[in-house]
Design a protein around this ligand. Structure first.
Ligand SMILES: Nc1nc2c(ncn2[C@@H]2O[C@H](COP(=O)(O)OP(=O)(O)OP(=O)(O)O)[C@@H](O)[C@H]2O)c(=O)[nH]1
Length: 337
C-alpha cells in the first residue's frame, strides 16, 4: 500500500491559521552561533565518546554529566539511534559528549547503521569511555565490545555503572576482568542514576582534554537539532506507552515547527509504522493511546523550550521505512549499503 495514500490520523487541537515557519526560539536555538568570542585564556576542549551495550546507562550518564535532558532514556534497549552531543562546562574545560547507540549484534539494516554510528563516534573522539552495567557484568555482548575496543587508538577509560544496585565485591572482580581485555587508563565506579561518582569523572575528563578554544557556546547543552530532539521525545513516549515490539519498528519525524506570535510552538510530527495493524495499535481504542502519547510529549517539550506547545501527531503507514535512505538521514545516521 502506498504511504502517500494513507490517511494521516491526527491528535492535538483544531487546525489554526498558518503564520509561516520561523526558527524555534529557546535554549536549543539552531544553527549554532560561531564559537564564543569572550572566552577566558587557558581553555581546554575535547570530545568524549560513551560506548557500551544497550541499556548500560549511557544516556542517563550524559544527562547527569551535562545536567539537562539531551538524550532519551527508557527502560527498553536500543533507544538511542543517532549520536547526541551534550556539552558540559567544568572549570575552563569544555567536554563534548557523544552518546552512541548501544553496540549489539546487528540483524537488520537499521541495526547495522546504529552500530556503525557508534564505532564512528568512538573513532573521532579524544577519549573513549566504556560503560558497563555492573549488575549484568561481562556477557557476550560486552566481551565483543571489549575485544574491538583494544584496537581503538584514543585513550580509554572504564566506567562501571549502576553501583547503587551492584555488590561491592562484584565491582572489583568486574574491574579486574575488564582490564584484562583492554588497556584502560582509569576505572571509575558510578551510579548515573543518583549521580554518585560522576563529579570524579568530570574532573578526570577535564584534566585530559587538549588545550584549545571551546567548541560550543558555554550555555549550549546539546547540538542536537531541536526538531530531532522533539522527535526523540515523542519516540520515548511511544516506548513508555507501548510495551510491545512496536516501537522498534516505528520512527518519528518532526515535519513542521512554527513559533506563534504569542511565543507558543505549533509542532507537527509523523509517526511512521510499517503496517496498518501497527497503526491501529498506536492509535488505540478511540484514539486513546495516541492522545496519551501526545499529552506526555507536549508536556515535556513545553518544559524544554519554556513555552506552551501545540502538538499534532499523525500516524502513517510506510512499508519498509527501515530500508529508505531518507529516513536514515532524518535520524542523523549513515545509510549502510
Ligand atoms: N539502578 C540504576 N539504573 C540505571 C542507572 N543508570 C541507568 N539506569 C537505568 O538503566 C536503563 C537504561 O538506561 P539508558 O541511559 O537508557 O541506557 P543506554 O545505554 O543509553 O541505552 P541504549 O540507548 O539502549 O543504548 C534505564 O531504565 C535507566 O534508568 C544507574 O546508575 N542505576
Amino acid at each position: 500500500m502506498s504511504d502517500e495514500d494513507q490517511d494521516a490520523n491526527r491528535t492535538g487541537e483544531p487546525e489554526e491559521e498558518d503564520n509561516g515557519f520561523q526558527p524555534p526560539k529557546g535554549r536549543f536555538d539552531f544553527p549554532l552561533p560561531d564559537p564564543v568570542s569572550a572566552m577566558p585564556s587557558g581553555t581546554t576542549a575535547g570530545f568524549v565518546a560513551l560506548i557500551g551495550a544497550p541499556n548500560a546507562g549511557k544516556s542517563t550518564l550524559i544527562n547527569q554529566l551535562v545536567g539537562t535532558k539531551v538524550s532519551i532514556v527508557t527502560h527498553k534497549v536500543q533507544t538511542t539511534r543517532s549520536i547526541v552531543r551534550g556539552v558540559a562546562m567544568h572549570g575552563k574545560a569544555q567536554l563534548v559528549f557523544i552518546d552512541t547507540p548501544g553496540i549489539f549484534k546487528p540483524k537488520r539494516r537499521l541495526d547495522r547503521a546504529m552500530v556503525d554510528t557508534a564505532w564512528g563516534g568512538a573513532r573521532d573522539a579524544d577519549l573513549i569511555a566504556l560503560l558497563i552495567d555492573s549488575r549484568k557484568g561481562i556477557d557476550e555482548e560486552v566481551e565483543n565490545i571489549l575485544k574491538r575496543l583494544s584496537g581503538q587508538s584514543a585513550p580509554k577509560v572504564l566506567i562501571l555503572n549502576k553501583t547503587d544496585i551492584a555488590k561491592g565485591e562484584k565491582l572489583l572482580q568486574l574491574a579486574q576482568k575488564a582490564n584484562e581485555f583492554a588497556p584502560f587508563e582509569e576505572t571509575f565506579m558510578v551510579s548515573a542514576l543518583t549521580g554518585d561518582g560522576t563529579q570524579t569523572i568530570l574532573d578526570y575528563f577535564a584534566s585530559k582534554v587538549p588545550e584549545g578554544p571551546w567548541l560550543y557556546p558555554e550555555d549550549q547543552p546539546s547540538d542536537l537539532p531541536l526538531r530531532i530532539l522533539a522527535s526523540e521525545i515523542t519516540r520515548e513516549k511511544l516506548f513508555e506507552r507501548l510495551h510491545q515490539e512496536l516501537p522498534y519498528i516505528s520512527t518519528v519525524e518532526t515535519e513542521r515547527w512554527e513559533t506563534r506570535k504569542d511565543g507558543s510552538a505549533r509542532i507537527e510530527q509523523t509517526i511512521y509504522v510499517e503496517r496498518d495493524s501497527q497503526k491501529s495499535i498506536v492509535l488505540g481504542k478511540k484514539g486513546q493511546t495516541i492522545k496519551a502519547i501526545s499529552q506526555m510529549a507536549r508536556h515535556e517539550l513545553s518544559e524544554i523550550i519554556g513555552a506552551p506547545v501545540h502538538l499534532f501527531l499523525f500516524v502513517k503507514v510506510r512499508e519498509n521505512w527501515a530500508d529508505d535512505p531518507e529516513r536514515y538521514r532524518e535520524m542523523g545516521l549513515e545509510f549502510p549499503k
